[in-house]
Design a protein around this ligand. Structure first.
Ligand code: FES
Ligand SMILES: [Fe+2]
Length: 377
């Protein structure tokens, strides 16, 4: 029996929005080099401070514009022949070119970029200028009522298929086994929502130090158990949003986490979280701090929760970086709707991706033993 397409090794280079950089990594006046989906790219800020992402390779004679390149008047200057490229990727000046009209045909098509949540998002699709779908965070007012989002360096996942981290979000058993969270109730079973995202609402309990290899830390941590309401939404293979609401006894604090998974190359990904806390702490002191310091308790707490969220990936990282994709896994009723999730994910596959092709990545993991067993459904 043929294996279903969505049960075959999923592509690493999927079509959606991803965040390969933090805002703080693109400093005015400097060129930033990075690798995204196997492409060598550069980022810089134009004269208005907007982030521009271009291929690193200069369209003139192929120099790497991020090595020796400089930003001058919001344009990147290639070190090889001193041609200047603006935010549209257009060559607008050549320091040693007499007639600027000769530069018109020199252009590199810019990538579509949006800056939000202390992060830089890049569209990866069939047409880099025309995203197939909007980015949620670009909606005006999306972060109204929340503290300014903060993020950190995150971590490289080598190797990890881009689909592993988001698949975890609907993997109920792993919350117990890897995170030692306690799932008390499922309010909305994981599934596709009316808005096309894949969402779930659960009541969880988090315990301090539960993942520690040290038995004493685990025992001490048990006395700090924090129940929370967990609303999680997968937007795409590289983006998920969770909103955790703590109990009224804990002030009903709400923490929004944006989880960003970005393929670097054919084998490796990067994971990072951006966090913010809803402005609900209405004490005179907090109002004063906001006015005088530009940030209140929510700003401080968002950094604390960011550290907790980042640390919580310790156990996941071990699993993801050592996991193999099985086209015929053996799901249990306790796992969550992983098959349904994989089917949902297929919409992000490049239409021309052929997992059956002999040169498909990871094709060798389809062992005959599993193929014979038929599809998992
Ligand atoms: S290769 Fe970049 S200016 Fe010539
Ligand atoms: Fe996890």
């Amino acid at each position: 029996m043929a294996t279903k397409r969505y049960m075959q090794p999923p592509p690493q280079y999927v079509h959606d929005w991803f965040s390969p950089l933090r805002s703080s990594e693109v400093v005015p006046g400097k060129v930033t080099n990075f690798t995204f989906m196997g492409n060598e790219l550069i980022a810089f800020r134009d004269a208005a401070g907007e982030v521009v992402v271009l291929d690193a390779t200069c369209p003139h004679f192929g120099a790497h514009r991020g090595v020796g390149g400089r930003v001058i008047d919001g344009c990147v200057r290639c070190p090889f022949h001193a041609l200047h490229f603006d935010g549209n990727g257009q060559c607008v000046k050549g320091e040693f070119v007499k007639d600027a009209r000769n530069l018109r045909h020199l252009k590199s098509v810019p990538w579509t970029v949006h800056e939000a949540a202390a992060s830089i998002f890049v569209w990866h699709g069939a047409d880099r200028r025309r995203p197939d779908r909007p980015l949620r965070f670009a909606e005006p007012g999306f972060f109204d009522g929340w503290s300014t989002p903060v993020t950190n360096a995150g971590r490289r996942l080598a190797p990890t298929n881009v689909f592993f981290p988001t698949e975890n979000i609907i993997d109920i058993q792993h919350f117990y086994a890897v995170h030692a969270w306690d799932l008390r109730a499922v309010e909305k079973a994981p599934g596709e929502d009316v808005d096309g995202t894949f969402s779930a609402v659960m009541q969880m309990t988090w315990r301090a130090g539960a993942q520690s290899p040290n038995a004493l830390v685990r025992r001490l941590g048990r006395s700090y158990a924090s129940p929370f309401h967990f609303d999680v939404r997968v937007l795409g293979p590289g983006l998920a949003i969770s909103i955790a609401t703590l109990t009224p006894a804990q002030g009903g604090l709400q923490i929004m986490s944006i989880i960003m998974i970005t393929p670097i190359n054919e084998t490796d990904c990067h994971i990072r979280v951006a966090n913010c806390v809803r402005h609900t702490i209405d004490s005179p002191l907090n109002r004063l701090a906001r006015r005088l310091l530009g940030g209140g308790l929510e700003e401080v707490l968002s950094r604390v929760f960011l550290a907790v969220a980042t640390k919580d990936f310790d156990g996941d990282e071990m699993i993801w970086t050592n996991r193999r994709f099985l086209p015929n896994p053996k799901p249990l009723p306790d796992d969550g709707p992983i098959i349904e999730y994989r089917r949902w994910c297929e919409r992000f596959w490049p239409p021309d991706y052929l997992p059956d092709a002999p040169d498909a990545p990871d094709a060798e993991v389809i062992a005959p033993r599993h193929a014979d067993a038929g599809a998992a459904e």
